[in-house]
Design a binder for this molecule. Structure first.
Ligand code: ADP
Ligand code: MG
Ligand code: ZN
Length: 480
C-alpha cells in the first residue's frame, strides 16, 4: 500500500488593533457598537463616490509583523481590487494587496526542540479589509456592516509543512508573535484570528505538488487540527480508491467532524485583480522601516533562549513562561524583587500561581510581582513551609492581602523551635509503641506515617527537616 504524506500551507487572517478602520474613520472596535449597522459610513458601505484613505497605523503594524517574521519590506507596494460578489462585501470587491504586498519572503522555525524542527517559509504578508458579518436566518440572511473595512492582515506560508503538528506549531507561534507585538488580541472565539488550511497529499518520496483543497475559517487550534486530519485522511481514501481530488474550497463542520464542499475554488484570474485606482502606491522610506524595526520587542523565541541561558530553566519551562508576554514580564519582575532563585520562582509561577490564575480567570498581575516575591521568599527562608505557602497564595488571590499579614492572622509561621518539635515527636512515639517496633523491625514505609502524624499534630507548621532528624533519633533510641 502506498504511504502518503500531507503537504500543508496556511493562510492566516488577523484583524489589526487600530483605532479606526482600514480606509475610513469608523471605529475598528466594531464589537463595542451598540447596534448592527451603526459603525458605518459611505466608504465602508461602498457608496458610489466615497473615497478610501489608507490607515497609517495599520501599515505600521503590518510592517512590524513582516519584520517579526523575518520578511523583507517592499518599499514600493500597492493595493489591488479583488473582485467577487458576496452579500458581505458591499463594494463588490475587497481592497487587498496582490502583486506587491507590504512584506515578502520571511520564515518561522517550528517544532524547535524536537527532531522535526523545521524552517517554514512565509511567502507574504499583506494588508486587506475585513468583510461584513452575515446572520443566516431561516429564509433570509441579515447583514451587519459594523465590521466591514476593519484592517486585516493576511500571512501566507509556502506549502512547507508535512505534518499537522508542524502546522499547529506554526499557527501557535504566529498567534503568540501577534500578541507579543500587540497587533492582534489572538481572541479566536471572537473571530479576530482565523486560519485557512491548504491541504494536499502525495506518496512519500515524491516531490510533486498535487491538487489541494482549502479549508476556510478555522476558528480554533482544535478546529485546525481536526479539520486537517480529516481532510488528509479523506484525500488518501480518494486516491486509494483510484479517484482524483478536485480543487475546491471547503468548510469545516465542527459538530459533525467533517469538511464540506462550499464552492469550486476560484483561480486568481477569477478575481480579476487590478490595481486599486483610488489609492496611490505605498512608498516606504528606509528611515521609516528602521523606525518600525526599532519597535520590535524581544520575541518569544529569543526570550525562551535567554530564559534557558540566564535562568537555567528547562526548555519546557522557558517555553511556558514566554508563551505570553505578560507572563514573561511578570516572571522577570518577580525575579527582580525576590531573593529566591529563578528556578524556584519558575516552579511557583508555572505551578500553584498559574493554577490559581486559571481557576479564578484573573490577570497574572492581580497579585503585584513584589508581593508574590515576598511570599516565595518566606517559603525559601523557611518562615513558612511549602504547604502553608500554597494556603497563603490562595488567600492572597482571594483578598489581595499581604503575605506576612496572612501568615500572622492564620498563625502559619513554621516552627523551628527544637524543644517544641521534640515534645511532639516524643509524644507520638510514646503513644504508638506498636508502630515504633514495626519500624525498627524493618518496615521503612512507616517513616512517612510518622511524619504525617507530626504534621497533623503541629498543623503542618513543624520544620520538616528538624522534625525528621528528631524522629530518626527518637526511633533509634527506642530500638530494643
Ligand atoms: P493562491 O491562493 O493565490 O492561488 P497558492 O495556490 O499558491 O496561491 O497558495 C495559497 C496557499 O496554498 C498557500 O498557503 C500555499 O502554501 C498553499 N498551497 C499551494 N499549493 C499547495 C499544495 N499543492 N498543497 C498544499 N498547499 C498548497
Ligand atoms: Mg486563499
Ligand atoms: Zn466607515
Amino acid at each position: 500500500m502506498t504511504k502518503y504524506e500531507p503537504v500543508i500551507g496556511l493562510e492566516i487572517h488577523g484583524e489589526l488593533l487600530t483605532n479606526s478602520k482600514m480606509f475610513c474613520s469608523c471605529s475598528a472596535d466594531y464589537g463595542s457598537a451598540p447596534e448592527p449597522n451603526t459603525n458605518i459610513c459611505p466608504t465602508c458601505t461602498g457608496l458610489p463616490g466615497a473615497m478610501p484613505v489608507v490607515n497609517k497605523k495599520a501599515t505600521e503594524l503590518a510592517a512590524l509583523v513582516g519584520l517579526a517574521l523575518n520578511c523583507s519590506i517592499n518599499k514600493h507596494n500597492t493595493f489591488a481590487r479583488k473582485n467577487y460578489f458576496y452579500p458581505d462585501l458591499p463594494k463588490g470587491y475587497q481592497i487587498s494587496q496582490y502583486e506587491l504586498p507590504i512584506a515578502s519572503k520571511g520564515y518561522l522555525d517550528v517544532l524547535e526542540d524536537t527532531d522535526a524542527k523545521q524552517r517554514i517559509t512565509v511567502r507574504r504578508v499583506h494588508i486587506e479589509e475585513d468583510t461584513a458579518k452575515l446572520a443566516h436566518e431561516k429564509n433570509y440572511a441579515l447583514v451587519d456592516f459594523n465590521r466591514a473595512g476593519v484592517p486585516l492582515l493576511e500571512i501566507v506560508s509556502e506549502p512547507d509543512m508535512r505534518t499537522v503538528e508542524a502546522a499547529l506549531s506554526y499557527a501557535t507561534k504566529i498567534r503568540a508573535i501577534l500578541r507579543y507585538l500587540g497587533v492582534n488580541s489572538g481572541d479566536m472565539e471572537k473571530g479576530v484570528l482565523r486560519f485557512e488550511a491548504n491541504i494536499s497529499v502525495r506518496p512519500v518520496g515524491s516531490d510533486e505538488f498535487r491538487t489541494r483543497t482549502e479549508i476556510k475559517n478555522l476558528n480554533s487550534f482544535r478546529a485546525l487540527t481536526r479539520a486537517s486530519q480529516y481532510e488528509i485522511e479523506r484525500q488518501i481514501k480518494v486516491y486509494e480508491a483510484g479517484g482524483t481530488i478536485v480543487q475546491e474550497t471547503l468548510g469545516w463542520d465542527d459538530a459533525k467532524g467533517v469538511t464540506t464542499s462550499q464552492r469550486s475554488k476560484e483561480d486568481a484570474h477569477d478575481y480579476r485583480y487590478f490595481p486599486e485606482p483610488d489609492l496611490p502606491p505605498l512608498q516606504l522610506s528606509d528611515s521609516w522601516i528602521e523606525s518600525i524595526r526599532a519597535q520590535l520587542p524581544e520575541l518569544p523565541e529569543a526570550k525562551t533562549k535567554r530564559f534557558i541561558a540566564d535562568f537555567e530553566l528547562k526548555p519546557s519551562e522557558a517555553q511556558f513562561l514566554t508563551s505570553e508576554r505578560s507572563l514573561a514580564d511578570y516572571f522577570e519582575a518577580v525575579i527582580a524583587n525576590a531573593k529566591s532563585s529563578p528556578k524556584i520562582i519558575s516552579t511557583w509561577i508555572a505551578g500553584e500561581f498559574i493554577r490559581n490564575v486559571n481557576e479564578l480567570n484573573v490577570e497574572v498581575n492581580k497579585i503585584p510581582a513584589k508581593t508574590l516575591a515576598q511570599l516565595i521568599d518566606m517559603v525559601t527562608d523557611k518562615t513558612i513551609n511549602g504547604n502553608a505557602g500554597k494556603t497563603v497564595l490562595a488567600e492572597m488571590f482571594k483578598t489581595g492581602g499581604d503575605p506576612a499579614q496572612i501568615v500572622k492572622e492564620k498563625n502559619l509561621a513554621q516552627v523551628s523551635d527544637e524543644g517544641f518539635i521534640l515534645e511532639t515527636v516524643n509524644k507520638i512515639l510514646n503513644d504508638n509503641p506498636k508502630e515504633v517496633d514495626e519500624y525498627n523491625a524493618g518496615k521503612d514505609t512507616l517513616m512517612q506515617w510518622f511524619m504525617g502524624q507530626i504534621a497533623r499534630a503541629t498543623k503542618g507548621k513543624a520544620d520538616p527537616n528538624i522534625a525528621k532528624e528528631l524522629l530518626v533519633k527518637g526511633l533509634e533510641e527506642r530500638r530494643k
